[in-house]
Design a protein around this ligand. Structure first.
Ligand code: KG4
Ligand code: ZN
Length: 449
């Protein structure tokens, strides 16, 4: 048994308000799905279903023997020329539910999203406590945890959204980039579900997911500039109509989130480092340590954070921080989630200043290149997404920049890894009929553009 593939599937582009529906595509699609559910619906019914969603129907000359598309209303439809529409498709015109599965790194996540934007459920099982004692993600442990949690996480996402597998239009899964062993768990499970339930499967790039975490929830005008900034990425993309992407710049060494994590580890703070540095930075002076901004040869839209990380290392080596670092590690041994007050009690002023200055420098780097890139492409919106987009300092700094276009951030729940963003990113692919088949492979270094 094979899964429906994009090859033999026509591509009705339904679901988006501006979409134009080609009748022959609807028919081919319905014939492809076939089976008992095949219904005969009059053209008007299809047209009304589309109109209710703000879509419209174009009738191709191929079917109507030269009848003009503007004459749709006048067409007398005989049985032979009726639109054949599968009941499932009609239901999908009402609402399409996609189950998203994400397992690229250290979060096992599943979500059900309707029509690419209405999040009916979003379940995230974090492995942070497993990896925290190692100060970073341990790939073997991550795969094992995914295996343990994938079934209950998917079940919970379905339950919380009152969705049965048969209510789904498709299953979306992260193909990459990420840890190959982790990706494999999600992909294998998605394949099994899709095969057994005869559901189409959609492969999603994790980075595209981060972009859709914002695009699906906000009135983002295209072209947009997307800054994806997480533990694994610091990338600038141009986002054009139909979600066509162009890579404009990326980090040449560490990702911004990775720099947060490494600096935190170096100074004895908890993993991941971003949230704790974010929490403590307001207690220090961001101008106290004049870290220099990275100068890039070649593509000036590229980033580099390893110099800054090394500068923090040199700063700490120049002082004897062993007592305060030991005190923080001891605090963490007693309490895995210290409060701000508890951290402040074991963090002298000078270290707080360094954290604030470090964060301030990262934010300046991110914003100056994002703004420059946005200018270059004539962006109508700026999208900032990924785990580091949670950063309060970054959000405040972005709000303070006076730009001729709006800046959109994800909600905190959609900033770090989740499956709702995967299901949201899958929706335009679903509408275009871009399905994966059972040969889908995990790709650790999958590029978006
Ligand atoms: O998107 P994400 O959950 O996973 C990846 O795809 O990498 O991002 C995780 C990263 C970590 O490096 C973490 O330190 C960082 O996002 N992060 C933050 C904040 N919250 C998470 N960085 C700065 N400020 C935060 N508030
Ligand atoms: Zn991510």
């Amino acid at each position: 048994m094979s899964l429906p593939t994009g090859k033999n599937l026509a591509r009705p582009r339904f679901g988006h308000s501006q979409d134009v529906f080609q009748l022959h595509e609807v028919i081919e699609f319905s014939l492809f799905l076939g089976g008992k559910r095949l219904l005969f619906l009059a053209l008007n019914e299809i047209r009304h279903a589309l109109l209710r969603r703000g879509g419209r129907l174009e009738v191709s000359d191929r079917f109507w023997g030269g009848a003009g598309r503007d004459k749709v209303d006048d067409l007398q439809v005989n049985r032979a020329r009726r639109a054949h529409l599968v009941f499932r498709i009609q239901r999908r015109l009402e609402a399409v539910r996609i189950l998203g599965i994400e397992s690229s790194c250290d979060e096992t996540a599943a979500a059900v999203v309707e029509d690419g934007s209405v999040i009916l459920s979003s379940v995230v099982a974090s492995q942070i406590s497993t990896h925290a004692r190692y100060g970073g993600v341990v790939p073997e442990l991550a795969s094992r945890e995914h295996l343990r949690t994938i079934v209950p996480v998917v079940r919970l996402a379905l339950e919380q959204s009152s969705t049965r597998l048969e209510d789904l239009g498709a299953i979306a899964v992260t193909q990459g980039p990420g840890l190959v062993g982790s990706l494999l768990v999600g992909i294998t499970y998605a394949k099994a579900l899709a095969l057994v339930r005869r559901l189409p499967m959609i492969a999603v790039n994790h980075i595209e997911g981060h972009i859709h975490a914002v695009v699906s929830q906000n009135p983002v005008e295209l072209p947009a500039l997307a800054l994806v900034v997480s533990g694994g990425h610091t990338h600038l993309y141009e986002v054009r109509e139909n979600f066509v992407y162009r890579l404009l710049g990326k980090t040449r060494d560490d990702a911004a989130g990775e720099a947060f994590d490494k600096v935190a580890k170096l100074l004895g703070f908890s993993y991941p480092g971003g949230p704790v540095i974010d929490m403590l930075a307001p207690h220090g002076d961001p101008h106290a340590v004049p870290f220099t901004l990275a100068k890039m040869k070649g593509n000036t839209l590229d980033f580099s954070f390893s110099g800054l990380k090394t500068a923090v290392l040199r700063w700490s080596e120049a002082r004897d921080l062993s007592a305060e670092v030991a005190a923080r590690r001891e605090l963490l041994r007693r309490n895995s989630h210290p409060s701000v007050a508890e951290w402040l009690a074991v963090t002298p002023r000078e270290t707080l200043d360094t954290l604030a200055s470090f964060q301030h420098t990262v934010i300046r780097e991110l914003l100056r290149r994002a703004v420059k890139a946005a200018e270059e492409i004539g962006a109508r919106s700026l999208v900032i997404s990924g785990g580091v987009a949670c950063n309060a300092g970054l959000r405040i700094a972005a709000a303070a920049t006076r730009l001729p276009y709006p800046i959109f951030f994800p909600t905190p729940g959609l900033s770090t890894d989740n499956a709702a963003m995967i299901a949201a990113a899958a929706f335009p692919k679903f509408a275009r009929g871009e399905f994966a088949d059972s040969t889908l492979r995990a790709q650790a270094n999958l590029a978006l553009a």
